[in-house]
Design a protein around this ligand. Structure first.
Ligand code: MG
Length: 327
């Protein structure tokens, strides 16, 4: 295998605001892994709230030695080597994992979902994210997304009720809420969740700080709506921590280290009766299409990253007007 990397900046169509802050785009590293005439591309998406950056990803990829693998390589053997080569570095590992899966699929004339004996459901659809902003900006976004089946509204700021009221002036369709750890304590959080339960909301993602497991457990026991972990779950081993404190989980390639890791997490989540979302980190269609291959294993898809950026340099995913995904 030969490895090539390049730096890239994914630009948002419009500045994106959530409870952590506002930004214009996202750094990423693309990796191409090739054998003979076959190649596979992967992507590490690096929003500023994650511990990795372009330098750490490039260093991680540089220390890998994949030159011993030829066209007959064993997928699991390569992925084991990548996962065990260093601790942490999950976005870097995901980039390599995506590239290796694509390379393997290309050599074997397969698709990534077929490698895992999965189908790609014809009606798999993504939520569309409504970031924070002024009431006018939020209503413009909701109107733009009028054909999407399900909206994900970012809350966790000062004027949450005003935001929902503004959304409800435009549409009565189901929405889900992502508070991005924005609510300080459990009791005021429950108060607003009780109100949101009257607003055709399906679930609440990450209401409290990621390390507040007791607060989330209390919310799970008292909330009329399912409570979903996002920032509180990163890797496979975190399932043990979240399983009694949340009703479901949001898994992402960049958090856990790749497609095989998401597959493992979703298998166990099902056994634990956790509902599941596959999410993304505002990546291009390179990373997001890789995650979409596991669509049949999740209850919800939050894979609208390519819709929010203006310089996707891959063309691996298409969305219908209602958000239905085709690879
Ligand atoms: Mg989230």
């Amino acid at each position: 295998m030969e490895v090539f990397t390049r730096e890239y900046f994914l630009e948002f169509k419009e500045p994106f605001k959530i409870a952590h802050g506002v930004r214009k785009g996202t750094d990423c590293i693309h990796v191409r892994i090739s054998i003979d005439d076959y190649e596979g591309w992967g992507e590490a998406v690096l929003p500023p709230y994650l511990p990795e950056n372009k330098q750490s990803v490039l260093q991680f990829i540089k220390q890998l030695n994949l030159s011993c693998y030829n066209q007959d390589f064993d997928l699991n053997e390569v992925l084991d080597y990548v996962m065990n080569s260093q601790p942490e570095n999950f976005a870097a590992k995901a980039a390599v994992d995506i590239a290796v899966h694509n390379l393997y699929a290309s050599i074997h004339k397969a698709t990534i979902h077929s490698i895992y004996n999965l189908d790609l459901p014809e009606d798999a659809f993504t939520t569309y994210t409504i970031g924070m902003g002024t009431i006018k900006e939020i209503q413009t976004k909701v109107k733009f997304a009028s054909n999407f089946k399900l909206l994900k509204v970012k809350l966790g700021g000062e004027n949450d009720r005003a935001i929902i009221n503004a959304v409800r002036e435009i549409t009565d369709k189901p929405i889900c809420i992502d508070a991005n750890q924005g609510w300080e304590t459990k009791k005021p959080a429950l108060e607003i969740i009780n109100w949101l339960a009257t607003q055709n909301v399906l679930f609440i993602e990450q209401p409290l700080r990621k390390e507040d497991f007791t607060g989330h457990k209390w919310l799970k026991q008292n909330s009329p709506l399912p409570i979903i972990a996002d920032e509180s779950i990163q890797i496979f081993e975190d399932l043990e921590k979240v399983k009694d404190c949340f009703d479901g989980i949001n898994v992402k390639l960049m958090k856990c280290g790749g497609i095989r890791e998401i597959y493992r997490i979703l298998q166990i989540a099902k056994q634990l009766n956790l509902s599941t979302l596959i999410g993304c980190m505002s990546g291009s269609s390179c990373a997001v299409s890789a995650a979409a291959n596991l669509a049949s294993l999740a209850n919800y898809l939050d894979l609208d990253g390519p819709l929010l950026i203006k310089n996707d340099c891959f063309c691996r995913i298409e969305y219908s007007e209602s958000g239905i995904i085709t690879l």
